[in-house]
Design a protein around this ligand. Structure first.
Ligand SMILES: NC(=O)c1ccc[n+]([C@@H]2O[C@H](COP(=O)([O-])OP(=O)(O)OC[C@H]3O[C@@H](n4cnc5c(N)ncnc54)[C@H](OP(=O)(O)O)[C@@H]3O)[C@@H](O)[C@H]2O)c1
Length: 520
């Protein structure tokens, strides 16, 4: 079989995968002239077309204020695809067919005339399914979400119930900036549609490796038996970023690592790693378990926050030999800013499975490399036999789920060094996505868009998940409010964070295991 045949077979098998059928639909993108649309959404939709995952027919309407024709919009998107498509060169035949389905609607979100125009475009489509199975993607500022929903509803374009389909609203983070604003946003949206029509995107959930956390846990008897307080000493979750704040400094001054990364990505990964098995793979059953897990995180008093949660901020340093300025010297950052560019924490989950098992989470900017991984550290074996011959401590077994890059799973255990001596050293068993399945790595947005088109909410965040996550983050931020960073909370760009983060582990007799750069 040649490579083209193999690819066809792979694509066919993907089409056969069990998921809700993808019916003819129209997607309306609000913010069609923006960065997210050209960088992520259109490349993802183009790839779905390339892989024959889109139904026939479908339409994509772009909604934005800037004046342009259908052809003008198509040309701009084609040019952007040259930069942002994950596969190059762009397949011109597929693009030309895809581009015929793109329609531009020049209008203002705040003007009801725009929705009349949108309605007229929808009504011009010949197939009635293109007028009733509607996906609204809000690639605009969050402050505009409620306004769009209100106008759509007033124009009878957002049907709360529909015999065949329910119209969906896909929204991008941030979902508020604290619990109160998240509640306000959610309340605003559910005035115009049902919660089940709201698809909140956390692109982390679109990653194959993140989805694999549940598959791995619940389809492998050997590991699930060990996935509890009896066998596990502690869990480390690291999401590190090599980049500094760069052009996002203005936003970052308001957000910090806690709002930017912990409230969403880190707590999402934690909930998948630690949740109980759902009663079925139905979206609500999975999301129920995630919420239950988040609610089981032990609340902390302000004093406990200061003991268990560390902040950090980078000062000048080097990443990969490249000089990086201090956070306080970045443009748009206050010279005395106390915003955290790093945070590390120790959390406990108060349920039967995890009683007494600490979960250490950390994330930061200007760290030595960009990587996301979950490390399950097992309890050590009783070292009765080998203690006299080597170190009193045997290297404890661990299982690392590498979410990105070099996606895979690594099991680390002790093996005998060949030779006449009885000497042990840690060895690794590795599963790598690339070697097992080939270098097929769809962008998170491809999967997420397809699920939203199909109306499957499993990979999207429910209102109570968002609000529970905010209540955890708010408690931490409130305890920090008005407190200056201490010397132990600064770190040089290019290092693995401040001394305070090392102390957090050292106090428990443990240490961070840093992601490794090499492809293992
Ligand atoms: N960019 C990313 O990679 C990324 C990643 C994750 C999340 N997000 C989120 O996605 C959203 C969009 O981000 P972005 O980077 O694409 O922003 P952007 O480049 O500033 O684009 C904003 C879009 O909104 C449109 N718009 C603004 N006001 C409008 C109005 N009154 N009526 C009609 N259209 C209006 C703009 O078009 P006109 O100026 O032509 O009206 C433009 O198309 C934000 O919430 C952001 O936080 C973005």
């Amino acid at each position: 079989m040649n490579t083209a045949d193999q690819l066809d077979e792979l694509l066919e098998s993907r089409l056969r995968q069990t998921r809700r059928p993808v019916e003819p639909f129209t997607a309306v993108i609000f913010g069609a002239s923006g960065d997210l649309t050209s960088r992520k959404l259109i490349p993802a939709l183009y790839h779905l077309a390339l892989e024959k995952q889109l139904p026939n027919p479908y339409r994509i309407i772009g909604f934005a204020r800037r004046e342009k024709s259908d052809d003008g919009w198509r040309q701009e998107l084609r040019e952007a695809l040259g930069h942002f498509s994950r596969t190059q060169p762009v397949n011109e035949n597929v693009w030309n067919e895809f581009a015929k389905n793109l329609v531009y609607c020049q209008a203002d979100i705040s003007d009801s005339a725009g929705y009349t125009k949108l309605k007229a475009i929808l009504e011009s489509f010949p197939d009635p399914r293109l007028q009733t199975n509607l996906l609204y993607y809000l690639a605009t500022q969050p402050s505009q979400f409620g306004e769009v929903a209100a106008h759509l509803s007033a124009a009878s374009l957002l049907h709360k119930e529909n015999d065949t389909y329910a119209d969906r609203l896909v929204i991008e983070k941030p979902f508020g900036h604290d619990l109160a604003s998240a509640r306000e946003l959610n309340a605003d949206l559910v005035r115009h549609c049902h919660e089940r029509q709201i698809f909140r995107i956390d692109h982390y959930l679109g990653k194959e490796t993140v989805q694999n956390i549940l598959m791995f846990r619940f389809s492998n008897g050997i590991f699930e038996r060990l996935w509890n307080r009896d066998a596990i000493d502690h869990v480390q979750i690291t999401i590190s970023e090599k980049l500094g704040v760069g052009s996002r400094a203005g936003y970052y001054e308001e957000a910090g690592a806690m709002r930017d990364m912990v409230q969403n990505h880190l707590l999402q990964v934690l909930s998948l790693v630690a949740m109980e098995p759902p009663v079925s793979l139905e979206p609500e059953n999975i999301r129920d378990e995630k919420v239950k897990l988040l609610k089981s995180i032990r609340p902390m008093s302000p004093a406990q926050v200061l003991e268990n949660v560390v902040r950090g901020q980078y000062f000048a340093g080097e990443v990969d030999g490249e000089a990086r300025p201090a956070y306080r010297s970045e443009p748009k950052v206050k010279p005395n800013s106390h915003v955290e560019t790093f945070t590390a924490m120790r959390l406990f989950i108060d349920n039967w499975r995890w009683h007494g098992v600490p979960f250490y989470l950390r994330t930061g900017k200007n760290l030595p490399l960009s990587a996301s991984e979950v490390r399950i550290q097992f309890k050590p074996a009783p070292n009765i036999l080998f203690a006299a011959r080597q170190d009193a401590n045997l290297d404890p077994n661990s299982l690392t789920l590498r979410l990105q890059p070099n996606e895979g799973i690594i099991l680390r255990f002790n093996g005998k060094i060949p030779g006449t001596a009885t000497e042990l050293r840690p060895v690794r068993m590795r599963f790598s996505y690339d070697s097992e399945f080939g270098a097929y790595t769809p962008e998170a947005y491809e999967r997420l868009l397809l699920e939203a088109i199909a109306g499957d909410a499993t990979l999207f965040i429910r209102r109570d998940e968002v609000e529970t996550a905010w209540s955890i983050v708010d408690a931490i931020r409130n305890a920090w409010a008005g407190k200056a960073l201490s010397n132990r909370e600064f770190y040089a760009a290019g290092t693995w964070g401040p001394t305070a983060a090392e102390d957090l582990m050292a106090r428990d007799g443990r240490e961070w295991r840093n992601p490794q750069p090499q492809k293992e």
